[in-house]
Ligand binder design. Structure first.
Ligand SMILES: *[C@@H]1O[C@H](CO)[C@@H](O)[C@H](O)[C@H]1NC(C)=O
Ligand SMILES: *[C@@H]1O[C@H](CO)[C@@H](O)[C@H](O)[C@H]1NC(C)=O
Ligand SMILES: *[C@@H]1O[C@H](CO)[C@@H](O)[C@H](O)[C@H]1NC(C)=O
Length: 309
């Protein structure tokens, strides 16, 4: 009778792993990597840390990239591919900015077996933003919401309030372009501390118009340094359908210092920001796994009782 337990334990384990698989979902991240250029990518510790951060995400938005010839991003991609067993691709904006010494790109690194790009759109009203959003529409058969649009923004600190407000205009444009209201805004908005106060919220349509959910809250800290305690980096989604496609309470700051055991000094070599992330519910959810789970449980129980006879 005792020898029957190991197979039972195995079955329970596989049952558990199925549950975990079904609930694992699809991770979207955003990280301001401050001055990501060839000098930075050449520091092997920095590259290793960023590799582990990017490799966890199905889609990772990087901001603060200064890599017009694409060499630093290429090196990062090679590193991530070597580290993880997925295929990755990237899609990047042109260099954006109003000062030749501070031109930055938005870069999305994504797992190409999980999700594909169905369109890109550079917002053109240049006077509205220092670094105008570069929207990308993604499609995935792994997510409950099949097609969604990601709108990145790294605001200029002194124009944070106006630029966040103008995301509403970008929203109007992309929803029409792709006939898709599943829109997520993400990035370093400087939406906290001195740059965006409580009082400023009434001047921002992403607060005053209905339908926008701010998933990274005011009290969260997206900075590494102890002296700053600010929710600069944010994730905002539009609409009930998209919100329903997101795992409840999954939006968070990824404190890689704790999780990956990286010292504060080493973290600051990458950036003073922390990544933020959110999980989309997967399409092959428990609903699909349930009949299988049921069968496995029944067979386990039957086996158990047969063995007891
Ligand atoms: C990368 O950025 C740092 C910090 O701004 C700068 O000192 C360095 O010269 C840059 N490297 C390249 C290759 O542009
Ligand atoms: C699922 O998506 C991947 C990547 O977008 C694609 O290569 C694959 O063909 C899709 N599978 C089906 C069944 O649509
Ligand atoms: C836009 O999307 C809606 C809902 O998904 C659909 O009913 C409608 O036919 C679409 N319109 C166009 C012009 O494709």
């Amino acid at each position: 009778m005792r020898w029957r337990f190991p197979p039972l334990a195995l079955l329970l384990l596989s049952l558990l792993s199925l549950l975990v698989e079904g609930a694992s979902g699809f991770r979207i991240c955003a990280y301001n990597v401050e001055n990501w250029n060839w000098t930075k990518v050449s520091q092997s510790r920095v590259l290793h840390t960023l590799t582990r951060i990017v490799g966890r995400c199905d889609i990772c938005l990087l901001q603060g990239v200064k890599d017009p010839d694409g060499k630093a991003i290429k090196k990062l991609l090679i590193s991530v591919k070597r580290y993880e067993h997925y295929k990755y691709k990237e899609v990047s904006s042109k260099s954006l900015g109003n000062s030749p010494t501070d031109m930055q790109q938005y870069v999305f690194i994504y797992r190409s077996g999980m999700v594909s790009v169905t369109g890109t759109h550079q917002y053109e009203k240049k006077q509205s933003f220092v670094r105008a959003p570069y929207a990308v529409q993604f499609q995935s058969n792994k997510t409950a919401i099949e097609k969604f649009v990601l709108v990145p923004l790294h605001t200029h600190p002194s124009k944070a309030v106006q630029e966040i407000d103008r995301l509403y205009d970008v929203f109007e444009e992309v929803r029409q372009k792709w006939n898709n209201t599943n829109v997520m805004f993400l990035g370093d908005f400087h939406a906290s501390c001195a740059y965006m106060t409580r009082k400023n919220k009434k001047d921002i349509r992403l607060f005053s118009r209905p339908g926008f959910s701010w998933l990274i809250h005011d009290k969260m800290d997206t900075t590494v340094k102890d002296i700053t305690n600010c929710a600069y980096d944010r994730i905002v989604v539009y609409g009930k359908p998209f919100l329903k496609g997101i795992t409840v309470n999954s939006a968070k700051v990824f404190n890689f210092l704790k999780v990956l055991k990286v010292s504060k000094v080493k973290a600051l070599h990458v950036s003073n920001h922390l990544p933020v992330e959110v999980m989309l519910k997967s399409s092959a959810s428990l609903l699909q796994a349930t009949p299988l789970l049921f069968l496995i449980s029944i067979s386990a129980i039957v086996q158990y009782f047969l063995s007891a006879l």
